[in-house]
Design a protein around this ligand. Structure first.
Ligand code: UDP
Ligand code: MG
Length: 325
C-alpha cells in the first residue's frame, strides 16, 4: 500500500451561494472516504476560491471552514474570471499538496470521479483528465459550438483533450510546471497538455447544474474561444497572407480580361463591378486588420504583465501553517 498523500481540491466560485452547501457536503463525503481508505491524509483540503462574488459565497466559505476541517478558501480581491480563480487556487494548493484536483462548484462534474482520478495518480500518472462521456445536458447550440471549437483548434494544430474541461487532477510537479507558464491570457485547457508527463483519462457523465445559473454567458464563451485560438496559434495571420495572394491573383485575371476585351474593341463598362470590388475588398481588409489587431491586443496585455489574480485572504495557507505547528 502506497503511503497516503495530501490532496487539495480547488473549486472556483462566483456567486455560488445556492450550490455551496451541497458541494461542500459532497466533497467532504469524497474526502472522508479517501481518508478512510488510507489513500489521502486527513489534512487534505477543499480550497474554495471566491472570485469576487457579490452574494454570500465568501461568508459561507468562511463559516464552513470553521466547522469543517476539510474546508478552506481563498478570497480574491475582485472578479478575475474562471481561469484566474483556478490559477489562484492552484497556486495556493501547490505549496503544500501532493496532488491537486480542480472542479467546478456547481456539481456538473461528477465528484465520484475523484476517487478514480486518485487511483490513476497512485498508479503513477501525473495528469488525470476528467473526460465527459455525454453532452446531453448541453443545449444543441452549446454542443455544436463546442464541437466546432475543438475541431477548429485541432485543425490549427493545438493539442486539446476533447470533451475535457477544467476537471482534472495534477501532481505537485505537474502543477508547478503549469504555474511556470506566465502568460496573462491563460487558456488552461491548452497549456495542461503542454506540461507533459504521464497522463490518463477518467470518464464521467456531466450533469445539469445543481442550482443557480451559468456564469458563462455567450459573450464570455466567445471571448474564451477567441483567447484559446489567438494564444495558441498564429494560423489566422497566415491565412490572411493566403487570402491576400488569392485576391491579387483574381485582380491579375481581371486585368488580363479587360486588356483582351480592349484589344477586341470592347470597352468594359461597369459601375457595378467597381462598386462590388471596392466594398468587398474594403470588407476583407477590415477583417484582416481586426485579426491582426486581436494579436496586437494580446501582445499589449502580455507586455503589461499585470498580476493574474490578487489574493485578499488565504484560509488554506492559514490552516496549513496552523496544522504544521
Ligand atoms: N466561475 C468563476 N468566475 C467567473 C465565472 C465562473 O470562478 O467569473 C466559476 C463558477 O462559479 C463555476 C465555474 O467557474 O464553478 C464554471 O462556471 P459555470 O458553471 O457558470 O459555467 P458552465 O458550466 O455553464 O460552462
Ligand atoms: Mg457549470
Amino acid at each position: 500500500m502506497a503511503e497516503a498523500f495530501k490532496l487539495g481540491i480547488v473549486v472556483p466560485c462566483y456567486n455560488e451561494e445556492e450550490v455551496l452547501p451541497e458541494t461542500t457536503k459532497e466533497l467532504t463525503r469524497i474526502l472522508s472516504g479517501l481518508v478512510n481508505d488510507d489513500k489521502i491524509t486527513n489534512d487534505s483540503k477543499i480550497i474554495f476560491v471566491d472570485d469576487g462574488s457579490k452574494d454570500k459565497t465568501w461568508s459561507m466559505i468562511d463559516e464552513f471552514s470553521q466547522e469543517n476541517n476539510f474546508v478552506s478558501g481563498v478570497k480574491l480581491s475582485r472578479n478575475f474570471g474562471h481561469q484566474g480563480a483556478l490559477l489562484a487556487g492552484v497556486t495556493s494548493a501547490t505549496k503544500s499538496s501532493d496532488a491537486i484536483v480542480t472542479i467546478d462548484a456547481d456539481l456538473q462534474d461528477d465528484v465520484n470521479a475523484i476517487p478514480k482520478m486518485v487511483d490513476k495518480f497512485i498508479e503513477g500518472n501525473e495528469v488525470v483528465y476528467g473526460v465527459r462521456n455525454n453532452r446531453d445536458t448541453d443545449s444543441a447550440f452549446k454542443r455544436s459550438t463546442a464541437e466546432g471549437f475543438y475541431k477548429f483548434m485541432g485543425w490549427l494544430g493545438v493539442k486539446l483533450v476533447p470533451d475535457s474541461a477544467d476537471f482534472r487532477l495534477m501532481s505537485k510537479r505537474a502543477s508547478e510546471v503549469l504555474l511556470s507558464y506566465k502568460e496573462t491570457n491563460l487558456f488552461l485547457r491548452g497549456i495542461v497538455p503542454m506540461v507533459g508527463f504521464k497522463s490518463a483519462k477518467v470518464y464521467y457523465a456531466r450533469k445539469e447544474r445543481f442550482a443557480g445559473t451559468s456564469k458563462y454567458p455567450l459573450r464570455k464563451m466567445l471571448k474564451f474561444a477567441m483567447d484559446g485560438i489567438t494564444s495558441f496559434s498564429i494560423v489566422p495571420i497566415k491565412m490572411i497572407m493566403g487570402l491576400g495572394f488569392f485576391i491579387v491573383l483574381i485582380s491579375i485575371a481581371l486585368l488580363i480580361y479587360t486588356i483582351v476585351q480592349k484589344i477586341h474593341g470592347n470597352v468594359v463598362t461597369g459601375w457595378s463591378s467597381m462598386m462590388i470590388s471596392i466594398w468587398a475588398l474594403g470588407g476583407v481588409q477590415l477583417i484582416c486588420i481586426s485579426v491582426i489587431g486581436e494579436y496586437v491586443g494580446k501582445i499589449f496585455s502580455e507586455v503589461k504583465n499585470r498580476p493574474r489574480f490578487t489574493i485578499e485572504r488565504d484560509i488554506y495557507t492559514e490552516k496549513t501553517l496552523k496544522e504544521e505547528k
